[in-house]
Design a binder for this molecule. Structure first.
Ligand code: FES
Length: 116
């Protein structure tokens, strides 16, 4: 049996792409490795909200609580929902195997330095 984990990305056009993941992968790098167009303007340094994803409700509570910086950045995410998270902060673990995240239709391409 393979010990690969799986992540389902629902693209803005509604198509679902399932990719293999390893424990420790973050959902931003994983998307990029698989040519999924999730932005990540600050490359995971919690200074943008372009890696915003909407997490399937059944997995949302399994995620680690967001740190304050993530919460702050999420406030700037376009189309924020109650299960929104930043993709670069979601780290794959066995518990998250099969997680589904949706890419929002639009992102707000702004970085922190432009907002303060
Ligand atoms: Fe900027 Fe995730 S890539 S916060």
């Amino acid at each position: 049996m393979s010990d690969k984990l799986h992540v389902n990305y629902i693209l803005p056009n509604g198509e679902t792409v399932t990719v293999e993941a390893n424990e420790g992968d973050d959902l931003l790098s994983l998307a990029h490795r698989n040519k999924i167009a999730l932005e990540g303007a600050c490359e995971g340094s919690l200074a943008c909200s372009t890696c915003h994803v909407i997490v399937d409700k059944s997995f949302y509570n399994k995620l680690e609580e967001p740190v304050e910086e993530e919460e702050d950045m999420l406030d700037y995410a376009f189309g924020l929902t109650t299960t929104s998270r930043l993709g670069c902060q979601i780290i794959m673990s066995k518990e998250l195997d099969g997680i589904t995240v949706r890419l929002p239709k639009e992102t707000r391409n702004m970085q922190l330095e432009k907002m303060v």
